[in-house]
Design a protein around this ligand. Structure first.
Ligand code: THU
Length: 151
């Protein structure tokens, strides 16, 4: 199966919101962050994922007493979106607290790369400025099973 076929969404679902700027998507990530469950790290993270259909899906980090089970904000958003029929994303905004720059971790880069390697990734640097990068620039030579098998 080709990568494009794997990503083909059966049916987009939910609210639509078109023409979102990085600033607005970052504001959505700030809202998502309010729901973070991070009693162990005390590092609350929010993510807002923009689907090709124009829908914004929120995610926050969800921690657990068994630390290995902790889930990042970006993957929470992606799991929600994919489970609701969305497989194509145009951007994701990620935010931690004021003064806490937070680019997506390696696991989240790989996870999102599965669906939309060219999507935009926004986060704030430690001085509060929005940084914008393409996902495939943040994860060059990403693992791809189809490519690894040479098919
Ligand atoms: N975290 C995220 O939510 N996203 C990332 O990309 C990096 C880290 C969370 C995981 C954990 O709950 C907390 O931040 C501290 O690592």
């Amino acid at each position: 199966m080709t990568a494009a076929k794997r990503r083909a969404a059966p049916r987009p679902a939910g609210r639509r919101a078109a023409g979102i700027t990085p600033e607005r998507l970052m504001a959505e990530a700030d809202r998502a962050r309010r729901r973070a469950y991070a009693p162990y790290s005390e590092f609350a993270v929010g993510a807002a994922l923009l689907t090709r259909a124009g829908r914004v899906v929120h995610g926050c980090n969800v921690e657990n007493a068994a630390f290995g089970l902790c889930m990042c904000a970006e993957r929470t958003a992606a799991l929600k979106a994919v489970s609701e029929g969305e497989r194509e994303f145009t951007a994701v905004a990620v935010t931690a607290g004021a003064g806490e720059g937070s680019s997506p971790c390696g696991s989240c880069r790989q996870f999102l790369h599965e669906f939309s390697p060219r999507m935009w990734v926004y986060w704030r640097d430690a001085r509060g400025r929005i940084v914008r990068r393409r996902l495939d620039a943040l994860l060059p030579e990403a693992f791809d099973l189809v490519r690894a098998k040479g098919r």
